[in-house]
Design a protein around this ligand. Structure first.
Ligand SMILES: Nc1nc2c(ncn2[C@@H]2O[C@H](COP(=O)(O)OP(=O)(O)OP(=O)(O)O)[C@@H](O)[C@H]2O)c(=O)[nH]1
Ligand SMILES: [Mg+2]
Length: 323
């Protein structure tokens, strides 16, 4: 069924597809709830249980339910279908309001805009770096350089170099076990020499060696600031959507060690836990800027609150004309 009363902006098909599991899981039941014949106490109880089950988080759910109750009363609504648009709008505004800190992105041609990519092992950092490099290159025609700052594993360096060849982006790398600060130094020099617009630095994600990690990141930061004082202009925390509340706790631990400016939420395509986006923004207070929608180089999409919330509720229908 197509929810006609939704205002729909431009459709983002990749996002919509990657939210399919989430949409067909809990959110399908939320939609069914809005097809009931009346709004009663059961309606709110069931909605509360569903939203909590969707990994949206207890606080956020309470807030959404309270606002929905109040607005339904104020407007004298009786039909659940009428309440759905209120929920949609509240979900969008909640995602927007939860962002306490949004850095304005200023890119200057020829001055390296440094993106430091951090996150726990296996969340998709290296893949996201390749996608992000391609995004800057393809969408904005920017010169991009990538630095293999995860020197801990030989395979990590090889993986990045392979991506570099595929997307035609230079990768600055040293031997496994070498100093990530030295890699960052060389990468900065290369970036200046080639008048690169964007430099993306990979890092190791070993949370258990917290002190080392903090030292490493601190050193990289000092190195890049020598020639570009406000670098890294973006500190991107990568979070795997599959990891749910546990992943969120790890991400929060990370955010305590490093000042994060943005989040990339990966593997949305393989999960039914897309609702975690709400918990993330609330817990960290920084925006989700990108969504990972698959393993390929073009599977990265900029985050939009409207498209995201609509993706939780809509199914694209064959032959449907976008409005
Ligand atoms: N389906 C899907 N898979 C992804 C996505 N992003 C990354 N992956 C996969 O997740 C796995 C781990 O990705 P990496 O990029 O190596 O993760 P990492 O954080 O660099 O891992 P470490 O270097 O070991 O810390 C790979 O198999 C990727 O193909 C995504 O958005 N969707
Ligand atoms: Mg990696």
């Amino acid at each position: 069924m197509i929810m006609k009363f939704f205002r729909r902006g431009q459709r983002d098909e990749k996002l919509e597809q990657s939210l399919q599991k989430t949409r067909r899981g809990v959110f399908k039941q939320v939609i069914e709830l809005f097809q009931r014949s009346e709004i009663d106490d059961d309606f709110f109880d069931d909605l509360e249980a569903l939203l909590i089950g969707a990994d949206i988080g207890a606080d956020t759910t309470d807030q959404l339910i309270d606002e929905l109750r109040a607005k339904i009363r104020e407007r004298g609504l009786h039909q659940p279908a009428e309440a759905q648009e209120i929920l949609r709008a509240d979900m969008i505004s909640l995602l927007k309001k939860a962002v306490r800190y949004r850095r304005v992105k200023i890119l200057q041609r020829g001055v390296p805009y440094v993106i430091l990519v951090v996150g726990v092992n296996g969340v998709g950092k290296t893949t996201t770096i390749a996608k992000l490099a391609r995004y800057h290159q393809q969408q904005f025609n920017r010169q991009v350089i990538v630095a293999a700052g995860d020197t801990f594993r030989a395979a990590a360096i090889d993986q990045l170099q392979l991506w570099g060849e595929r997307i035609n982006v230079p990768v600055i790398a040293h031997q496994p076990g070498s100093d990530p600060g030295a890699v960052a130094f060389d990468a900065m020099q290369a970036a200046h020499k080639r008048a690169a617009d964007v430099l993306i630095i990979d890092t190791a994600g070993r949370l258990h060696t917290k002190d080392n990690l903090m030292q490493e990141l601190g050193k990289i930061r000092r190195v890049v600031q020598k020639t570009v004082p406000d670098a890294p202009q973006e500190v991107l925390l990568v979070i795997d959507a599959n990891t749910g509340q546990n992943g969120l706790a790890q991400a929060a631990a990370f955010a305590k060690m490093v000042e994060i400016s943005d989040v990339a939420l990966t593997k949305l395509d393989g999960t039914s836990k897309g609702g975690i986006a709400f918990s993330i923004v609330k817990a960290l207070g920084v925006p989700i800027s990108y969504i990972g929608t698959g393993e390929k180089m073009d599977d990265l999409t900029p985050f939009s609150e409207e498209s995201f919330v609509d993706g939780l509720f809509f199914e694209k229908h064959e032959g449907e004309i976008p409005v």
